[in-house]
Design a protein around this ligand. Structure first.
Ligand code: UDX
Length: 433
């Protein structure tokens, strides 16, 4: 099948590479000329596990080509996938549909006379498909909703192992084509508006689950219960499930924050009371400030004794593990809150330093190696759940630190082991006197 994918970001590129590896002819289109030129030279500007290898394979097989022209790129398409960004609008919490509208207008101008399906993979508010259909206004083009459920850092895994494929359309012709495309996968066919809402409802539910466990963690810290034990007991109930119950510093990224805000906006527009999601957004925003305050209080307790600038080493800047993405990263927000104090802040992240530097600039010191970052630090704080952080040589890190405070705010480490090494150790969701 000839598939054109508009948008070569964290969704479009892994999707294109994935389909190409299944034997389809893929044309990835992006209006960012530099990006397309780099992709044509084999340079990928996002980190995704296994993406680079698969990208090389499918480009060598000439199953994956690139274009910065929608007119050129959709000429032979049986299926056009719209995977452009829908960020939050500058002066509101609404999803910005500028890129969606621009691309739709260009597609309408250059659609061929052959039957084509336009699948909206971008996360768009309910009824956006109706608007796109009006722009396209062609009998030989079915506009369907086909939302993505790819986790950053695991995009290819999720592409090949989806829990479900959701497709919103009433066109029997389109259903047949998509059935063929996802041969053998579990496809939920539904109406277009329901498919659009399924995406938001899923992300908002997952964000709510995370905020819920974070609030339970706060109660554990006051009552002396232990969040890991509570989460374990919760997760054993098959109706709850044990995923997305890791208490931490709050959710971030380019999806949950913007999607919860956009969903709340949609509810407001339709005069539907959405108190739960509203509280999740507000509570999650507050959490990062609260975590920063905990760190500041801890640092001030050292300062009193030693009256010098406290050196704080931060491990982890990406919004989650396995990605270089720092968009709405809670780790970055916490560091920004710490910058208001006279700390010396030193940072390390396995993949996200380049993106973090675009935000934090020269206000912190960046290190390529964790041990260099921890050298002479008074406090070491883990803010991103990188697997790498679980297997570092903490005895060596203990030796090279000044004060020996270790705040494990992603609950990655074994508390007994860290205390045995000698750290003054704390984690999320446990009471410390
Ligand atoms: C999310 C959805 O999971 C995915 O299905 C959708 O297609 C896009 O949005 P993503 O934003 O890549 O994916 O990250 P995710 O793995 O969901 O994590 C989001 C945030 O929640 C991260 O900041 C992560 O650190 C945090 N998180 C996640 C927790 O704090 N606790 C958890 O248990 C899980």
């Amino acid at each position: 099948m000839n598939i054109s994918i508009i948008g070569t970001g964290y969704v479009g590129l892994p999707t294109g590479v994935g389909f190409a590896s299944l034997g389809h002819n893929i044309c990835c289109i992006d209006k960012d000329l530099d990006k397309i030129d780099r992709l044509k030279k084999g340079e990928i500007d996002i980190y995704e596990e296994n993406l680079e290898e698969l990208f090389c394979k499918v480009t060598e097989e000439q199953k994956l080509t690139f274009s910065y022209s929608i007119k050129e790129g959709i000429q032979n398409a049986d299926l056009i996938i719209l995977a452009v960004g829908t960020p939050t609008e500058q002066n509101s919490d609404k999803a910005d549909l500028t890129y969606i509208k621009e691309a739709s207008k260009e597609i309408a101008e250059h659609l061929s006379d052959r039957y084509t399906i336009l699948a909206i993979k971008s996360t768009v508010p309910v009824c956006t498909g109706d608007m796109i259909e009006e722009i396209i206004d062609r009998k030989n083009c079915d506009v369907i909703s086909m939302p993505e459920f790819l986790r950053e850092g695991f995009a290819l895994y999720d592409f090949f192992n989806p829990d479900r494929i959701v497709v919103g359309t009433n066109s029997e012709k389109a259903k047949k084509v998509i059935q063929q495309l996802y041969d053998g996968k579990n496809i939920l066919f539904t109406d277009r508006r329901s498919a659009e809402l399924i995406k938001y409802a899923s992300n908002a539910f997952l964000a709510t689950k995370i905020h819920y466990i974070n609030e339970i963690a706060d109660l554990c810290e006051k009552t002396g219960a232990n969040i890991e034990n509570v989460a374990k007991g919760l997760g054993l109930d098959s109706r709850i499930g044990n995923k997305f119950l890791n208490a931490g510093i709050g959710f971030g990224g380019s999806c949950f924050p913007k999607d919860t805000r956009a969903l709340l906006q949609t509810a407001n527009e339709f005069n539907v009371e959405f108190s739960l999601v509203k509280n999740v957004i507000e509570g999650n925003n507050k959490r990062k400030k609260e975590i920063a305050q905990k760190i500041i209080q801890k640092a001030k307790s050292i300062k009193k004794q030693e009256n010098k600038s406290i050196r704080i080493a931060i491990f982890g800047l990406a919004f989650k593990n396995n990605t270089d993405d720092c968009r709405e990263s809670p780790a970055i927000e916490i560091v920004q809150n710490l910058l208001n104090e006279d700390f010396i802040i030193e940072v390390y992240d396995p993949k996200a330093i380049d993106n973090a530097q675009k935000i934090l600039k020269n206000k912190v010191t960046y290190y390529k190696y964790p041990e260099m970052c921890a050298f002479r630090a008074d406090m070491l704080i883990l803010l991103t759940e990188w697997e790498e952080f679980k297997i570092l040589d903490y005895e060596k890190i203990y030796e090279i630190m000044n004060n020996k405070i270790l705040l494990d705010y992603r609950n990655l480490l074994d508390e007994e082991k860290m205390k045995k090494i000698g750290f003054e150790y704390e984690r999320i969701g446990k009471k410390y006197d």
